[in-house]
Design a protein around this ligand. Sequence first.
Ligand code: HEM
Length: 475
Amino acid sequence: MDVLSLSLGSTGLLTAVFVFLSVIYYIFSKKTQENNAPPSCKGWIPWLGCAFDFGVAPLGFIDKKRRELGPVFTLHVAGERLTFLTEAEDFHHFFQSSNVDFQRAVQDPVQNIASVSEESFMQYHTKIHDMMKGRLASSRLSDVTPHLIQQFKGKIQSIFGDEGEGDLHDLVRKTMYAGVINNLFGDNTLPVDDPKEFEKICQHFIVFDEQFEYGARLPPMFIRDWSTAKQYLLSKFRGVVPKLQNEKTQGNQTVLQSLVSITDKPHAPNYALMLLWAALANAVPITFWALSMILSNKRVLEKLQKQVDDTLGNTPEEKWEFNEEFFKKMPYLKSCVMEAIRLHSVGVITRRVMTSFTVREYVIPKGDMLMVSPFWSHRNPKYFPEPDTFNPDRWNTSDLEKNLYLEGFIVFGGGRYQCPGRWYALMELQMFIALFLFKYKVNALSDHVPSPSLKHVVGTQQPSKPFLISYKTKL
Ligand code: HEM
């Protein structure tokens, strides 16, 4: 037997084994489905399941399968069973039930993304969450807003200048990254005031953010650029965190100082990296989406511009407080922000099923990853008529002053581990948009708001194309 026939023979054998395993897998999985399991998509390839289809454009795939399989369904993806709940009336199983667990769902990805060990995560996660929730509670935002106003004003001037043209996403990203990092981490703790160093931070953070999903799942050797970006950002934190650990702070601590003071020393830079991502990855693109939709809608822009000009123009600058009372003078601003958040929410949030339970007629087995998609939930016409339309007025029926939102609105998750940065996020979005529209006369040069790239599922979507604007200082 020559080498060629040997290799052909072994290829044939492998193919036969593969087909045999696929058939067994298919028959076996059909059987389990009969057991009151939700309808599912298993694909034909053992273990991988529908990983390829899911991986290419996960958000689109989730919607396709919901239409095919109904409101509760399971996707088999690379050894995991992802069970989706898509109707708001089932969400209490996700947010309130003791059958599911937040920490067990995110521990593994956090380990891959930020190299935080399981032991450290289980010991410190709740402590960190509670610290963040306390530091960024709506009642304590006044600790950080005066500094953030100064930051945004300064960075808007230095990055946008008096007039110019450019891609709105790029400009907003740089301005907000710089302001928020200085605000939460301390002035120039990361070198954001040095243009060259700041450019490097932006470049690495953008790669880290864009390939975040891969970082959560794939070994570093398959994602070289992402690993380089992660190591760069970690090295920056490793440079500054030990100094903070030794510093005795007087007066107000920054959020980073609070974080460092409650975590284990070896992992403090790693938690700082996670905080950096959480603080920037959603709020900054959503600010872009809000502004691009406002600028593309003449009626919305005129109404909002008037409220902003009246409020900021008739209040001395030192009294621009950007607190709940101040925002009440611009109710349309909050409606615009809520509507942008609704349309550009995070793709999915997750919980691990710890004890099997029943939803509708289906049994969800222990070990499944339970999934809810804020992005698709916010496009459910039952709760949001004409869901794809940017219509800030739909928020007139909610009581935004009391923060009572519309049913089915779950942008910040829910339950014990709901987003602790939500008050800060709402405040910074409104502050940035108000300061920007007050300072500049802005024109959209692009005809349309770009479509969102449907690749991201963990965070919010990035625009698929640039959105060009021109702007000129009014005063
Ligand atoms: C519009 C902007 C934002 C959106 C849409 C958003 C959304 C979310 C969501 C959906 C979760 C998961 C909650 C769950 O599974 O129930 C989360 C977690 C988190 N968010 Fe936000 N977020 C935003 C802004 C921020 C900001 C500005 C910060 C910090 C300053 C922040 C800090 C965090 C942290 C630390 C967690 C993890 C909580 C934990 O592990 O216990 N977020 N966020």
